[in-house]
Design a protein around this ligand. Structure first.
Ligand code: AMP
Length: 223
């Protein structure tokens, strides 16, 4: 809608690059990344009631209930920085979440600006996700095989020396997460196609190449 801040959705299986590209869209366009995975991990770390309920489900690679995810997302969307426009990373993941998002946006006179489907090969995702880790200070992403820091043990971006790995980034759990994606999230591609906001992006190429394709899309839909 003219004048409304953009609402972008990144759809794709684990490892497709949603988090990486969302961080780049933050840098390139000043949008705000909203990752329900990050919000849930923060709730688990803080030991909140929602975090306690979500923990085992996340470690098993299954989806946390819509009620918990929606409560966490609504809280986040009530904060003022979302006025700059948002990139939803890892949300919605079910038909119920997509319907709830449509209603939430409609209440504010908004709608989804674009839903980008990052199209990748499943088998490659197992290798991508299994070796990944992030800087514990700035969140920059690395990979055992594909992207090591220039100086071993030191983050290229912020110089931090503490790194972390997610509990659910192992081959077995990734397969569960891929199955959950195909069963529950992939059908949302048709939902956004029917709203004429779907953009398919081939996402097996370089991070910078995909960044450029997303920049084109954001430029076009926010014009
Ligand atoms: P992510 O960081 O997006 O890969 O999410 C990590 C885990 O958090 C997922 O495997 C789910 O267990 C849970 N999760 C994140 N976002 C959602 C969501 N929108 N709906 C249900 N579960 C979610």
């Amino acid at each position: 809608m003219a004048g409304s801040p953009p609402v972008l959705i990144l759809l794709g299986p684990p490892g497709a690059g949603k988090g990486t590209q969302a961080r780049m869209l933050e840098e390139d366009f000043g949008l705000v990344q909203l990752s329900t995975g990050d919000l849930l991990r923060a709730a688990v770390a803080a030991g909140t009631e929602a975090g306690k309920q979500a923990r085992a489900v996340m470690e098993a690679g299954q989806l946390v209930s819509d009620d918990i995810v929606l409560a966490i997302l609504k809280d986040r969307m009530a904060q003022p920085d979302v006025q700059k426009g948002i990139i939803l990373d890892g949300f919605p993941r079910t038909a119920g979440q997509a319907a709830a998002l449509d209603r939430l946006l409609a209440e504010a006179g908004q709608r989804v600006t674009a839903a980008v489907s990052l199209e990748v090969d499943d088998e490659a995702m197992v290798a991508r996700v299994s070796g990944r880790y992030t800087c514990g200070t700035c969140g920059e992403g690395y990979h055992d095989e594909f992207k090591q820091p220039a100086t071993a043990g030191v983050c290229d971006k912020c110089g931090g020396t503490a790194f972390k790995r997610r509990a659910d980034d192992n081959a077995e759990t990734v397969r569960e997460r891929l199955a959950a994606y195909h069963a529950q999230t992939a059908p949302l591609i048709a939902h956004y196609e029917s709203q004429s906001v779907l953009e398919r992006v081939p996402a097996m190429g370089s991070i910078d190449g995909i960044r450029a394709m997303l920049a084109d899309i954001v430029g076009r839909v926010s014009a």
